[in-house]
Design a protein around this ligand. Structure first.
Ligand code: NAG
Ligand code: NAG
Ligand code: ZN
Length: 299
């Protein structure tokens, strides 16, 4: 191969990489975080960011309204899209209203990140679930992503415990059927009922800010609502997700985007005004630090 052809090939490869075959670096191999192109590189309201409780503005809103989140859906679709394990096609429409939201938003899909994307007070958690909602004013995700108020995403962080998370366990039941890259983008339908609310049984408060999708196109159309209370997951449950395969059969060992510049964006801290609602954060941070130390040690 002469130099011209080689260079050409390299450029084509880079083009393809940024356009559609974007991915996460292998952190074990010290790979640098890649440029994903477009807004991902040039945006000023990107996500995730570190959420500091101390630096947050105290705010008060009407309670968030969750419609249908307690219902048991059957036949929920589970997919390995090469970047995450994603759930969609819920039997009943789930609507989120009030809190910081001025309009009604409906759940489109739910997916997981192993190692959390957001950090709270610089602590990274072993897992984060994203419940992605579309503002009902817009007909689809593509349209919604063009507007600042287009999407609302609830971020649920998990801390390590020896108590299994049942909702996550339900998802894991289908992992073997979808995890291979040969089955990428092939839907499996859950036989067991799935209750979205089991992913976050309580809401003690949350941190909210204006940000972006954390995957390309990185559209800056997301009202983030990251719950303060964290929920238990076992290290074994998290490890299973790391068997998910992406392009070329490589194991997707981590699928979180690195922390982005906050650019002085306000983060609001909203605490529920109910007695006994505030305790869990301090406790779970201790557990996570312990888990992180253990993980280092076990590796
Ligand atoms: C989204 O909605 C717009 C406006 O109705 C339509 O033009 C577009 O084709 C839709 N896109 C998808 C992916 O459905
Ligand atoms: C919490 O609720 C009580 C009674 O409903 C009220 O008196 C109090 O002002 C509230 N506190 C805050 C911080 O909102
Ligand atoms: Zn996500």
């Amino acid at each position: 191969m002469n130099l011209k052809v080689l260079l050409y090939t390299v450029f084509i490869t880079i083009g393809i990489t940024t356009a559609s075959h974007w991915g996460y670096p292998d952190l074990d191999a010290d790979e640098a975080f890649p440029m994903w192109g477009g807004l991902c590189d040039t945006g000023t309201h990107q996500s995730p960011i570190d959420l500091s409780q101390k630096g947050a503005l105290k705010a008060e809103y009407d309670d968030l309204d969750f419609h249908n989140y307690n219902r048991a859906h059957t036949g929920v679709s589970v997919v390995n899209n090469g970047h995450s394990i994603q759930l969609s096609k819920f039997q009943y429409p789930m609507k989120l209203e009030r809190g910081p939201l001025l309009e009604g938003y409906e759940v489109e899909q739910i997916h997981l990140h192993w190692w959390s994307e957001h950090t709270i007070d610089n602590v990274r958690y072993p897992m984060e679930a994203h419940i992605v909602h579309r503002n009902k004013r817009y007909p689809n995700m593509t349209m919604a992503a063009n507007f600042k108020d287009g999407l609302a995403v609830i971020g649920v962080l998990y801390h390590v415990s020896n108590q299994e998370n049942e909702a996550i366990d339900t998802v894991l039941e289908y992992l073997d059927e979808v995890k291979s890259y040969k089955n990428m983008n092939q839907e499996v339908h859950m036989k067991r009922p799935f209750v979205v609310r089991d992913l976050f049984p309580t809401v003690a408060g949350y941190l909210t800010y204006a940000g972006s999708l954390t995957t390309p196109s990185c559209a800056e159309s997301v009202t983030w609502i990251v719950l303060l209370e964290t929920f238990p997951v076992t290290m074994e449950q998290v490890e299973k997700f790391k068997q998910t395969e992406c392009d070329g059969g490589r194991k997707l060992k981590n699928n979180y985007r690195i922390i982005q510049k906050s650019n002085n964006r306000p983060v609001l801290l909203v605490l529920n005004n109910r007695t006994g609602a505030a305790a869990p954060v301090g406790v779970s941070i201790g557990l996570v630090v312990l888990a992180a130390l253990l993980a280092r040690f076990l590796n």
